[in-house]
Ligand binder design. Structure first.
Ligand SMILES: Cc1ncc(C[n+]2csc(CCOP(=O)(O)OP(=O)(O)O)c2C)c(N)n1
Length: 379
């Protein structure tokens, strides 16, 4: 594959106008590239908007809960909502997701209950994992999403391996693997790209280039012109897409998923976006990046860009927008209240799920523990 000005790994695939600085005159098309519009149905557009807004409102409330000391850790995706939500809308039930740090929301779109999702943040008795997982490392067997790994990188070779298995078993499933710009410096990234190419696996690998790996800027991760261009070295198609443009993402990821499903092999996608908030609740980004830079990206906000399109299409009025937000906040607060009122995992669960038959020494330890403190206190 020769590099050319038309090379999709060097350009930026877009549908929506990028800059929100100036209000659009009444009736003006918010698309800079209408020819790329995937022309989704009204129901799909409404559902996508709802999910984007839901995640934004959820993240705001979870960061507040963390500051109040009610949860230990949270990683918001503010500014990056478009990529996970667009991905979820490209998948079939049988497909698998191997996320990195910022794709937990895909589970919610695919029907994972909000209460169970939140319970994995709180790690209490409603948590199917019994509070044993790292905080906020959500997973959902019912929606084919594995946990992300705290250690950067391994999810990508796992995604390719699962895709290879799907190919051998002829299940027709496609797998999606995510990676951050920082994690492309890990050997796992290169191993995954190589295996995906050689095995022609039905896999889509998506790099969310949000410009920062905690305090390390993306330009320190590579000397390549873009991340997407790396696809050429592995002999697979690559695309660089606007990661704050949900319509562009839906078009590009949808096409990659279709190709994979038809047996035409893997694709590597770079979604160019920005992490508006902190890396996680443990980070203070003001010490390593400027307010001006953040402000520049706020003016490319993925929800506001999509909202302009929804209004242009006549699918969202001021009243509908206000009503939607009210409904979502009510839903989120009710789910949080429900989860917060649950007790911690019962003490005896500490001894479950390792041995089929509990050895005598663990039985003794359990008896001793329960005798000492039989009733765990509520949150
Ligand atoms: C192998 C490994 N090295 C370092 C870390 C520490 N660490 C946690 S998150 C992170 C930055 C990740 O950046 P990126 O891959 O760009 O994803 P983002 O957080 O920006 O979404 C680092 C260096 C780690 N978890 N694992």
């Amino acid at each position: 594959m020769a590099l050319s000005p038309d090379d999709p790994t060097l350009g930026l695939f877009q549908v929506l106008r990028e800059d929100l600085s100036e209000p659009l005159p009444e009736g003006e098309d918010p698309r800079s590239h209408p020819e790329n519009d995937p022309e989704l149905s009204e129901d799909t557009l409404r559902a996508m908007f709802r999910h984007m807004l839901r995640v934004r409102l959820l993240d705001e409330r979870m960061m507040m809960r963390q500051r109040q000391g009610r949860i230990g850790f949270f990683g918001a995706i503010t500014g990056q909502e478009a990529t996970p939500i667009a991905t979820a809308f490209c998948l079939e039930e049988k497909d698998w997701v191997f996320p990195a740090l910022r794709e937990n929301a895909i589970m919610l779109v695919r029907g994972f209950p909000l209460t169970q999702w939140l319970a994995q943040v709180y790690g209490n008795s409603l948590d199917v994992l019994k509070g044993r997982q790292m905080p906020s490392h959500m997973s959902g067997r019912s929606v084919n999403q594995v946990s992300w790994s705290s250690c950067l990188g391994p999810q990508l070779p796992q995604a390719v391996g699962a895709a290879m298995a799907a190919k051998y078993k002829k299940t027709g499933a496609v797998t999606i693997g995510f990676i951050g710009d920082g994690a492309t410096s890990e050997p796992d990234f290169h191993c995954a790209m190589n295996f995906a190419g050689v095995s022609n696996a039905p896999c889509v690998m998506i790099c969310q280039n949000n410009h920062w790996a905690i305090s390390v800027p993306s330009k320190k991760q590579t000397r390549s012109a873009t991340f997407a261009v790396k696809a050429h070295a592995y002999g697979i198609p690559g695309v660089r897409v606007d990661g704050n443009d949900i319509l562009a993402l839906r078009a590009v990821i949808g096409e990659a998923v279709d190709r994979a499903r038809k047996g035409e092999g893997p694709t590597f996608i770079e979604a160019v976006t920005y992490r508006i908030g902190a890396h996680s609740s443990s980070d203070d980004p003001t010490v390593y990046r400027s307010d001006e830079e953040v402000e520049l990206w706020r003016r490319k906000d993925p929800i506001q860009r999509f909202e302009r399109y929804m209004r242009f299409k006549g699918l969202l009025s001021d009243d509908e927008r206000a009503q939607l937000e009210k409904e979502l906040v009510e839903e989120i607060l009710a789910a949080i209240e429900n989860v917060e009122s649950a007790a911690p995992p019962a003490r005896e669960t500490l001894f479950e799920d390792v041995f089929e038959e509990r050895p005598w020494h663990l039985a003794e330890q359990q008896d001793e523990l329960l005798e000492h403190d039989p009733a765990p206190s509520a949150h």
